[in-house]
Design a protein around this ligand. Structure first.
Ligand code: ATP
Length: 510
């Protein structure tokens, strides 16, 4: 059986071979951790965006959208804390010459100890059978308790060191724990250094410090600085939300996981403004809503899990990640954060402008609190894409790769294919294509055998192939082939649109 690493490789080459994702500037040997979306990639990505945007903006009477610029006044990043603290500690292994995030090396070490605990549990469950009480075992078994103490010791060293920027202590911790480079296996580490994650450039013709601006590292700040504009012109009443989809840029230290970690990526963020004191209630609400949204794509529940942040960011009073089981393991897909009133208060302070909301019910003014849902569009793409990737052995012994994408996300909804390139079949097929194209993204193709054309559509996840043959000319019927079952039915041309529509309706509305 192929392991996950092999599957990940296959998924990456499938994405390239079928026009979903290309390395940026490939003809110049590529630009690391930057990717371009090809002809089918852009469709899938747009459909994911559309699903998110509708679920936020269209289905909520109290959420509106915004599209803020990537460049912002440099003081925005002072107010948000990014200028002073948006960096990661990095460390290089001198033998493999690979660079790592120092905190991630330590966290991975913790995950290994947690796996050992899990191993003990599995062993004990086998030994005790029905009588096994997991909770009791976890709280009494000597070996498990030792592991737990070890984990706690590491955390109480790592988190303060991170907060206090104590890079020497992070290095000491890595050495004391005997952490080795996963590639070279050696402990030959450099010192830990801070690495600034923000990209900067200069605006206007001056190249001095004063003209330095940043490419935004998150989209959220574009929402905060427009809070008053939107609240006033939209006559929004608290609680209300502002949603945005847009590019963000981070000069990531470790960037070798395809579109999981990119230097230029897209975020879909919604900031929900609430009365102070009510933020934790709304936090719970959005946690639940967001999980429903994910499950609405038809991916099984066991592929997702919540992960509670133990080390909270400077602005947060609660934070959870939704993790997804990527081929590289369970990793963060979305963050849900209760950001308190930190951002608005900070912008109020730095701009000298009053950023408050007059609550007509309370007859009082306050700086609202914010609950944020922040999801990576590219990571969602990777989640959907990797889950859809299926290699199948067919009854006749042949194999096919089929992308079992949820139909409402599929780049092409229906391919219209004349069986042969003569006898008036292409003309008839084009007629059908033209009648469907205003409602659905369709595809027309006449080259190659019909079997090859079906396989190509399977490989990009097209739910339906419609084939025009000689009988079509006689009785106005076509065959319609369903992607997953490969079942073919003969139907009236007039029924095509309804069948495709029925399948797309399966999208759950969140
Ligand atoms: P990580 O811990 O993986 O670096 P983060 O906690 O810094 O992520 P946030 O700042 O919370 O991420 O950003 C919100 C979302 O944006 C993440 O959940 C993720 O889906 C996405 N995201 C963040 N950084 C990247 C990146 N470099 N490439 C692709 N998506 C990203």
């Amino acid at each position: 059986m192929a392991n996950n690493k092999d599957i990940f490789k296959k998924i990456i080459s499938h994405a390239k071979e079928y026009g979903f994702i290309f390395q940026s500037s490939e003809i110049y040997d590529g630009l690391s951790a930057v990717y371009d979306y090809g002809q089918y990639g852009v469709e899938l990505k747009n459909n994911i965006k559309d699903y998110w945007w509708k679920s936020m903006v269209q289905y909520h009477e109290n959420i509106v959208g915004v599209d803020a610029a990537i460049f912002m006044h440099p003081t925005v990043w002072k107010a948000s804390g990014h200028t002073d603290a948006f960096n990661d500690p990095m460390i290089d292994n001198k033998d493999s010459k690979k660079r790592y995030r120092a905190d991630v090396l330590v966290e991975d070490h913790i995950v290994k100890i947690e796996a050992k605990i899990q191993k003990e549990v599995t062993k004990a469950a086998k030994r005790f059978g029905e009588a096994f009480d997991e909770q009791q075992f976890l709280s009494t078994n000597k070996r498990v308790l030792d592991y737990k103490v070890k984990i706690e010791d590491i955390k109480t060293r790592l988190y303060p060191a991170m907060d206090e920027n104590n890079l020497d202590d992070i290095k000491n911790l890595i050495e004391e724990l005997g952490i080795v480079c996963p590639l070279s296996g050696s402990r030959n580490w450099t010192d830990v250094r801070q690495f600034d994650l923000m990209f900067s450039t200069n605006i206007g013709s001056l190249s001095e410090e004063a003209s330095r601006i940043y490419l935004r590292p998150e989209t959220a700040q574009g929402i905060f600085v427009n809070f008053l504009n939107i609240q006033k012109t939209g006559r929004m009443k608290i609680p209300f939300g502002i949603a945005q989809i847009g590019k963000a840029f981070r000069n990531e230290i470790v960037a070798r996981q395809f579109i999981f970690r990119m230097r230029e990526f897209e975020q879909m963020e919604m900031q929900f403004f609430v009365r102070p004191g009510e933020e934790l209630k709304w936090f719970e609400y959005w946690k639940e809503q967001r999980m429903k949204w994910h499950l609405g794509m038809g991916i099984p529940e066991n592929k997702y899990k919540f992960h509670k942040h133990e080390k909270l960011a400077h602005y947060a009073n609660a934070a959870f990640d939704i993790e997804f089981e990527f081929p590289i393991g369970f990793k963060e897909l979305e963050g849900i954060h209760s950001r308190t009133d930190f951002d608005l208060s900070s912008h109020q302070k730095f701009s000298g402008k009053k950023i408050q909301y007059y609550d007509p019910d309370l007859k009082d003014s306050y700086v609202p609190c914010v609950v944020e849902t922040s999801i990576g569009l590219d990571r969602t793409f990777l989640a959907v894409f990797s889950h859809a990737f299926t290699e199948e052995k067919l009854e006749d012994g042949s194999e096919r790769v089929v992308m079992k994408l949820p139909p409402f996300l599929a780049p092409i909804k229906a391919a219209v294919l004349p069986l042969v390139k003569k006898d008036g079949l292409p003309e008839k097929a084009l007629e059908i294509f033209n009648s469907l194209k205003y409602d659905y993204m369709c595809y027309y193709e006449e080259k190659d055998s019909i079997g090859k054309r079906y396989r190509r559509q399977d490989a990009i996840g097209t739910p339906y192939c419609i084939t025009v043959d000689h009988q079509t000319i006689e009785d106005n019927t076509v065959t319609i082939r369903e992607r997953d079952t490969m079942k073919q039915d003969r139907i009236d041309i007039g029924k095509i649109s309804g069948i495709v529509a029925e399948r797309l309706k399966n999208m759950n509305l969140y």
